[in-house]
Design a binder for this molecule. Structure first.
Ligand SMILES: C[S@@+](CC[C@H](N)C(=O)[O-])C[C@H]1O[C@@H](n2cnc3c(N)ncnc32)[C@H](O)[C@@H]1O
Length: 433
């Protein structure tokens, strides 16, 4: 009896990725939880393809449409096609195996490339890898010495470099080079190719180096509590900014770090402990229950509340994010409560930094505007001035006196995560704006 050859199967990796994409698009499920639930495929490669798709979605969709790949091949599953085109053009630039869908997409490679360059699409390069030195355990000079011994080349810029030239230098970083940041001491900048290298580096495991996006470091940088001062971090877990505050204060003074979620409180305790913080008092409670009795003599406050988080670059978006007005309204209500509480409950407070990883005005400028209206004893300081004017993106300037003083970090222009920041100062008697 002659055997009928079985058709060659599509590799599990591609099938699993296409399944996740389908579920995310059709059922509006989160990519993060779908990846977490995946049992059969290698998560890292699956994640990489979905990230490439998220970064280059318009180009992939356009190329599939322009070349007629799906129209001419009605049996080709549309989600598998998206995955294969992404991998072939923006990912590893090759496809595994000889299954029919793989062969088909391969045969369109030239047309797909033409459609992408003809449409003016360019591959979106990921933002650089930021690595912060934890000065509790490792000094800047020790870190620079270590990098030199590993043959990393330091790219140095003139002291008076403009912000535009600084960003251009980051974009032009060679793979064996690194730079130090223009705004935040102890932040090192590497080519994005090294993201995984640093994620698994021993010094990161030992907490000498902290993987922290530069944007999130601006909160402690702008609040700038001096060594020896007393600080309240109202929404502290997992503790990245608590640790940075501790570094800014040279591990001298006191930081009350409050977190209401039990699970996240444990992460806060272990991160600050492993990272050598000697001045942090973690508190498991609601920040709204803190006052001058529980946290005496507080002078500086960081308010980094829960938010929609749409500025985070680690998020993979496979469709346009819909604005969820009800959720934003709820979040803004909680943000106003916490920020207003910070302004009212601590008689010795001098400065407050407010930040979110949201790019929605409702959680940002609007919260700031409302809190200033009901707490007139505070005024805004200009974040841009605090960064020696070496910054570009501010808030909505239509909100007079508010927008221009707030600061945005935007992924495409600042090469960081998307973050909003505002800095308040308690007025002294007779203080004008
Ligand atoms: C954006 S995260 C903070 C990130 C943190 N600052 C860091 O840099 O690692 C917000 C945190 O605030 C906590 N949180 C929200 N509302 C709170 C409240 N009323 N009291 C205490 N913690 C709160 C959340 O559980 C969450 O862990």
């Amino acid at each position: 009896m002659s055997k009928i050859p079985h058709s060659v199967k599509v590799p599990t990796q591609y099938r699993a990725t296409a399944k996740i994409l389908k579920q995310a698009l059709e059922n509006q499920k989160s990519i993060k939880s779908l990846i977490f639930e995946e049992r059969h495929a290698r998560v890292r490669t699956l994640h990489a393809v979905l990230r490439h798709y998220s970064d280059n979605r318009a180009a992939v969709e356009n190329a599939i449409e322009e070349t007629g790949l799906l129209k001419d091949n009605p049996n080709l599953d549309q989600y598998l096609a998206k995955v294969l085109v992404t991998e072939l053009i923006f990912g590893r630039k090759q496809l595994n195996g000889e299954s029919k869908p793989v062969q088909k997409v391969r045969s369109y490679e030239e047309k797909l490339q033409q459609a992408i360059s003809g449409g003016g699409f360019e591959k979106k390069e990921p933002n650089p890898r930021y690595v912060r030195i934890n000065t509790n355990l490792f000094s800047l000079s020790e870190a620079l010495e270590y990098l030199a011994s590993e043959e990393w080349r330091r790219k140095e810029l003139p002291a008076d470099v403009s912000y535009a030239d600084f960003l251009a230098a980051i974009k032009a970083l060679e793979e064996d080079e690194f730079m130090t940041d223009l705004h935040v001491e102890g932040v090192l900048i590497f080519h994005h190719k090294w993201a995984n290298y640093w994620a698994t580096h021993d010094f990161v495991k030992e907490k000498k180096f902290i993987l922290q996006n530069k944007a999130t470091c601006l909160a402690a940088e702008l609040l700038a509590p001096p060594p020896g001062s007393t600080v309240l971090d109202m929404c502290a877990a997992p503790g990245m900014k608590t640790l940075h505050l501790c570094n800014v204060m040279k591990n001298k003074g006191r930081i009350y770090a409050v977190e209401q979620s039990k699970e996240r409180y444990h992460s806060l305790c272990s991160i600050t402990n492993d990272a050598g913080c000697e001045i942090v008092t973690p508190i498991l409670d609601d920040a709204l229950r803190m006052n001058d009795e529980r946290c005496p003599e507080v002078e500086y406050i960081l308010v980094d509340p829960s938010c929609s988080g749409n500025g985070m670059q680690s998020r993979i978006n496979v469709c346009d994010e819909q604005k969820d007005e009800r959720r934003l309204f709820k979040l803004a209500g909680l943000q106003v409560k916490i920020l207003s509480h910070a302004m009212r409950a601590f008689p010795n407070v001098k400065r407050i930094a407010y930040c979110t990883c949201s790019l929605w005005k409702e959680e940002n400028e609007k919260v700031v505007q409302y809190c200033l209206q009901v707490n007139p004893s505070f005024k805004l300081l200009s974040c841009k001035k605090a960064l020696r004017n070496k910054w570009q993106n501010v808030g909505d300037t239509e909100l007079a006196k508010i927008g221009k003083n707030c600061l945005y970090c935007l992924p495409d222009s600042d090469l960081t995560d998307g973050i909003f920041l505002a800095l308040f100062e308690k007025r002294r008697d007779g203080d004008e704006d």
